[in-house]
Design a binder for this molecule. Structure first.
Ligand code: SF4
Length: 166
């Protein structure tokens, strides 16, 4: 059997976003995975101990999640509070799921400082973007997991069926 696919909890309809909303998807690819019982939900920020609702947060200084993982950048909320430790705990929770279940593919919410893949915000809370992943995504990529956003369900489905090299 194929391993489960890690999916952002907010894409599964769980109201865990910073403003208490969700981004539930009914995409056919997700529906198929659900029918197969292969969806593994995770909200890294809640897993890391942050509440709902919570202040929006961004990775500072256009640094991206890999720099946070390397200990050379912080994650700060809108009031400047340092929430790096919670984001790191969330990334570790994702890695634990990967180790436990052999996850190879993830579909994570675009733009999030945890879950973003193609881009994240630059830390200025101005809406400006940088082409770098969030903290959890950076950790998953380092572990060899292929990470897609909710704009890429078809590509994620393709990756799921591909015979990936070790
Ligand atoms: Fe969704 Fe990820 Fe943000 Fe949690 S951390 S609300 S799963 S985008």
């Amino acid at each position: 059997a194929r391993p489960p696919v890690l999916v952002s909890a907010c894409l599964l309809g769980q109201a865990v976003r910073h403003d208490g909303s969700d981004k539930g998807s009914d995409h056919p690819v997700l529906q198929a995975w659900r029918q197969q019982g292969r969806v593994l939900p995770l909200c890294p920020e809640v897993a890391g101990g942050l509440p709902v609702p919570r202040l929006p947060a961004e990775i500072e200084a256009s640094a991206g999640g890999a720099a946070v993982r390397a200990g050379v950048a912080r994650v700060r909320d809108l009031r400047g509070g340092d929430v790096t430790a919670a984001f790191e705990r969330g990334a570790e929770a994702a890695l634990a799921l990967v180790r436990q279940h052999g996850v190879r593919v993830a579909v994570l919410k675009a733009g999030s400082p945890s879950c973003g893949s193609a881009w994240t915000y630059d830390g200025s809370f101005s809406g400006a973007r940088v082409p770098l992943p969030g903290v959890t995504t950076a950790a998953l990529l380092s572990a060899g997991v292929r990470v897609f956003s909710e704009e890429e369900w078809a590509a994620a489905a393709q990756a799921d069926v591909e015979d990936l090299p070790p």
